[in-house]
Design a protein around this ligand. Structure first.
Ligand SMILES: Nc1ncnc2c1ncn2[C@@H]1O[C@H](COP(=O)(O)OP(=O)(O)OP(=O)(O)O)[C@@H](O)[C@H]1O
Ligand SMILES: NC(=O)c1ccc[n+]([C@@H]2O[C@H](COP(=O)(O)O)[C@@H](O)[C@H]2O)c1
Length: 426
């Protein structure tokens, strides 16, 4: 592998770290990778990392659940506000079709070469570039997307040579080189032979063994730095998306600004109840725990949790009377004396939409929460009708009706307690 200590007294060569990925969404670990890699490279004495680039994949990648680049980039911009050396670059994701990583590396190398040539041309001619030329140069700057996150320009580095661009990745990406048909051999050779790799270890991977088993990687192993991340951190975007879908907290996994963005734009199927909680603070002392929203939803009413599992059949509202009907298919008898209920797969956002003061007709389950402008608005009384249908014995259907003010209903929604019950565990 890599020589860890400097063999010569020559000044360290400049490196730009490039990480290609989906960033769906960007996690703290994506950001940590850069810090870990920079430390490791700088410590070798052979390299000096001058900047990092995050290049989100284009929408053409068509990976399952991939959000449009617009959202992924906005989240990256927010996350990168905390870094003064890592930059978002939108060139790759602005392309309509997917681009191989080797091509992305080539693009950045060319950009740096151009930048270097321009810089030298200016020094040689001793001419200050005109404002229009300067603007053009800025556009050419590979990291011109964000003014607050400018890449250190080459002028800051009195070098005659262009910095090298190394691919920064997790060990899983390295191991994906072996997936048949995923990577061209020439691309792998170009990436490791002409650029170099910095690989951060990840749970379940063994990059050393992987390199040993690959002829191409063994041939270029001098260009591969494996960095063992001892502060074990197995955040992945997949796990974050799963947590979001289930209404679980992702705090400290993502930057707060990214979490706010996800909530604001209702991304990744995040349940609306969190919004609702924010919008309609309740005096109730019931605690809220949300886990595995997709599985079960239990409503607490009057402080008593009804231990019943039911499936939501339908929900509808009558705009003129303000009546809301929630039809549940219950697996157990409802032993409550009031209209509290327990439901499985209850789309809370639909319910919230139905609570719209204007009494707008039933909206689809994808309605935006922003349509429900409820902040601080007094609400008229709402008649709540719940219909319980016993799963095993449909003939024992019964209706529970009550008049409730919207605040009561809101509190019930707010005090949602979600969790697995044995009979619905998957
Ligand atoms: N916890 C981690 N440890 C090491 N590398 C990571 C980690 N999470 C992501 N990476 C690396 O970050 C790069 C960007 O990856 P990408 O956004 O595709 O990551 P991901 O979080 O694994 O995504 P997904 O879960 O959606 O597949 C990849 O090189 C990936 O290996
Ligand atoms: N042949 C290739 O160049 C190749 C193949 C698979 C993934 N990738 C890249 O790896 C990055 C991470 O991809 P995944 O999110 O699928 O792990 C993306 O930027 C993607 O473009 C490149």
């Amino acid at each position: 592998m890599f020589c860890w200590k400097s063999q010569t007294m020559a000044s360290p060569s400049k490196v730009v770290l490039l990480a290609c990925g989906s960033y769906n969404p960007v996690t703290n670990m994506h950001l940590r990778m850069f810090e870990i890699a920079r430390d490791a490279l700088n410590k070798t004495g052979r390299y000096q990392v001058i900047s990092g680039i995050m290049s989100p994949v284009s929408d053409g990648y068509k990976k399952k659940d991939l959000l449009p680049a617009k959202h992924r980039c906005e989240m990256l911009k927010l996350a990168l506000r905390t870094s003064d050396w890592i930059k978002l670059d939108q060139w790759e994701c602005s392309l309509s079709s997917w681009t191989q990583t080797a091509h992305v590396l080539r693009h950045f190398r060319q950009q740096l070469e151009q930048q270097q040539q321009q810089h030298h041309g200016e020094i040689f001619n001793h001419v200050k570039p005109s404002p229009s030329k300067r603007r053009k140069k800025q556009q050419h700057n590979i990291v011109a997307d964000l003014p607050e996150n400018q890449l250190p320009s080459l002028e800051d580095h009195n070098e005659n040579f262009v910095p090298s661009v190394k691919l920064l990745c997790g060990a899983d990406l390295l191991e994906s080189f072996a997936v048949p048909g995923l990577w061209d051999d020439e691309d792998i050779e170009y990436i490791v032979g002409s650029h170099g790799l910095v690989v951060i270890t990840r749970s379940g991977s063994d990059p050393q063994k992987f390199i040993y088993e690959s002829d191409i990687l063994t041939k270029y192993q001098e260009n591969i730095l494996i960095v063992t991340e001892w502060i074990f951190n197995d955040i992945s975007s997949t796990k974050v998306r799963r947590a979001l879908r289930r209404g679980d907290s992702v705090k400290y996994l993502l930057q707060d600004s990214v979490i706010d963005y996800i909530k604001k734009h209702q991304l990744y199927g995040i349940p609306d109840n969190k919004y609702f909680n924010k919008m309609m603070p309740s005096p109730s002392q019931d605690t809220i725990t949300t886990n595995h929203l997709e599985k079960d939803v239990s409503f607490k009413g009057g402080g008593n949790l009804i231990n019943e599992v039911a499936a939501l059949e339908d929900i509808s509202s009558n705009p003129s009377s303000g009546e809301i009907s929630v039809i549940l298919r219950s697996a157990h008898n409802n032993s409550s004396g009031d209209s509290s209920f327990v439901s499985r797969h209850l789309p809370l956002h639909r319910m919230i939409t139905h609570l719209d003061k204007k009494g707008s007709p039933a909206a689809s389950s994808h309605s935006s929460p922003h349509k429900v402008e409820r902040k601080g608005t007094p609400s008229p009384p709402v008649k709540v009708t719940t219909t319980f249908t016993k799963d095993e014995a449909p003939e024992r259907n019964h209706k529970v009706s009550c008049i409730s003010d919207i605040g009561t209903l809101v509190r019930r929604v707010k005090n949602v307690r979600v969790g697995f019950t044995p009979e619905t565990r998957v």
